[in-house]
Design a protein. Structure first.
Length: 103
């Protein structure tokens, strides 16, 4: 994240709130973070585990010219999460979380 006041940060980023598999996620998008590149931050509320990050936070830079990503970053993140959730590692983690543990 850039060093700025909260009001300046809010003005520079467009924030989308999405829900994926009952997890509330904020998608922060800034056009032209640097020339030719946009910045997207994915932050799950309560730092919930996501298939793209174990901390609930992910930062990525994408080409500004890629309209598929930058025109609707929330839809891009949802598709990215769906794709990442198809991995065996994520399926195993989801199954572990669904089971009750005595420890």
């Amino acid at each position: 994240m850039i060093n700025s006041s909260p009001s300046e940060t809010a003005r520079l980023y467009c924030v989308h709130t999405i829900v994926w598999q009952s997890i509330v996620i904020d998608v922060w998008h800034m056009r032209g973070w640097v020339p030719g590149m946009d910045h997207i931050e994915v932050r799950s509320q309560d730092s919930a585990l996501l298939p793209t990050t174990e901390t609930g936070y992910k930062s990525l830079f994408v080409p500004s010219a890629d309209d598929h990503i930058t025109s609707d970053p929330a839809a891009y993140v949802l598709a990215w999460l769906d794709h990442a959730a198809s991995s065996e590692e994520w399926k195993d983690r989801a199954a572990e979380r669904a089971q009750l543990s005595l420890f």
